[in-house]
Design a protein around this ligand. Structure first.
Ligand code: PMP
Length: 402
């Protein structure tokens, strides 16, 4: 009889054969600018810990205190017996930080997107989604019974065309939901949220932005993309984000009206059916909001570092695509070359991962660098030097470029 699990090994070996399997690197200590990866001391150039908050003393001590006072776990899902005052306080503070009526915290950003989107749009509704939206949005839309249409990446004119077509079609949609990432994680470009929100208002559609890579980065004091475009709050109905990136911890969240939050926690299956954050997580997230409010220097340093790095890379002749944010892709082209460049960088002491097909289109492979506020100018010069040497050796930039 055939082994019913034989596909597991077969499919895994096929991934390995195509060199498409994830080769996990191991961090032997904290995610700091210089860290131990696979036993080697390297400069971290690809974490989402934009502001260095995952090792901020205030976050660490808040987590330790919470363990002492509340224990290691919350005991339940939030709607039953796992809703601590820490969770409630975090939501109050986050809403205040975002300038929103209310906020709701999920276990992860993935849980927010996959739990809320299918409730916002169902049978008879339409979801209109940017073609490069994050996988957690795509999964949320798949779980919904709504019809899905995709508009060209970052293209508000194409979004307008899709909305006009929807209005002109014979089946009238009950509701329309427009969803976009705020900052796109492969290219570091910013969604035209001002135009998206205006089109939403024009067509009576809900607007949902996933600001995972914009909060802590864009807008006043890192308040995110809605603040960046100075949009009135009622133009963007769901501002979704995560505590796992610039906030330095873990957890998803949404901000918007009190009606949105009441609806979301009563309906999102991920929120209702999955255990709540341990107290240490909620307390560290609270401390992160506090640090963003009281220490604006981290966001300032992030941007100084970003500008310094981008300028040096462009001066050396590297193509950094259309990045407008601390996510800076270093375009290489062929997947094999991007992998080679990443290995050379690692040998030289810089940890930056290659992003290759099928994560990006064929011929668009790159090294995705993510800037960090905690890096010093010396660190940046070290990384730039490593890129220069390896880039010239592999002819990613001309040897003569200076
Ligand atoms: N949205 C975007 C745009 C993301 O990049 C990510 C994380 N990769 C998520 C959502 C999911 O967030 P989390 O890690 O909190 O699940």
């Amino acid at each position: 009889m055939r082994d019913p699990t034989s596909f597991l090994g077969e499919e895994y070996r096929e991934l390995v054969r195509q060199d498409l399997d994830w080769k996990l690197r191991v961090l032997g200590g904290p995610s700091t600018p210089w860290c131990m990866v696979d036993g080697k001391k390297v400069l971290m150039f690809c974490s989402n810990n934009y502001l260095g908050l995952s090792n901020h003393p205030k976050l660490k001590s808040a987590a330790l205190e919470a363990v002492k006072n509340y224990g290691a776990g919350s005991g339940s899902v939030r709607p039953i017996a796992g809703n601590m005052d820490l969770h409630m306080e975090l939501e109050r503070r986050l809403a205040k930080f975002k300038g929103a009526e209310a906020s709701l915290v999920y276990q992860t950003g993935y849980a927010a997107n996959s739990g809320l989107i299918p409730q916002l749009a169902g049978k008879g509704d339409l979801v209109v989604s940017d073609e490069l939206n994050h996988g957690s949005i795509i999964d949320g839309v798949r779980l919904s019974l709504a019809e899905r249409r995709v508009y060209k990446h970052g293209d508000a004119d194409d979004l307008s065309r899709v909305l006009d077509e929807a209005e002109g079609s014979s089946t009238a949609f009950r509701r329309i939901l427009i969803i976009t990432d705020g900052v796109f994680s492969m290219d570091g470009d910013i969604a035209p949220l001002d135009r998206v929100a205006a089109l939403g208002a024009e067509h009576g559609a809900m607007v949902y932005v996933d600001d995972a890579h914009g909060e802590g980065v864009l807008g006043e004091g890192g308040r995110g993309i809605v603040s960046h475009f100075r949009l009135p709050r009622d133009r963007v109905h769901v501002e979704m984000g995560t505590f796992s990136k610039a906030f330095g911890v873990v957890g998803g969240h949404i901000s918007g009206s009190q009606d949105l939050v009441n609806f979301a926690y009563n309906k999102s299956r991920t929120w209702l059916l999955s255990g709540s954050h341990p107290p240490a997580v909620a307390a560290a997230c609270l401390a992160a909001v506090d640090v963003l409010e009281s220490e604006p220097e981290h966001v300032r340093r992030l941007w100084e570092n970003t500008q310094y790095f981008k300028k040096a890379m462009v001066d050396l002749g590297f193509d950094i695509g259309k990045s407008e944010t601390p996510i800076t892709p270093v375009m290489v082209g062929e997947s094999a070359k991007a992998k080679q460049l990443s290995s050379r960088l690692f040998e030289a002491g810089v940890f930056a991962l290659p992003i290759v097909y099928p994560m990006v289109a064929q011929g668009r492979a790159r090294i995705r660098t993510i800037m960090n506020a905690a890096l010093t100018k010396e660190d940046l010069d070290f990384a730039i030097g490593a890129f220069e040497t390896a880039g010239k050796e592999l002819r990613v930039v001309p040897r003569a470029a200076s």
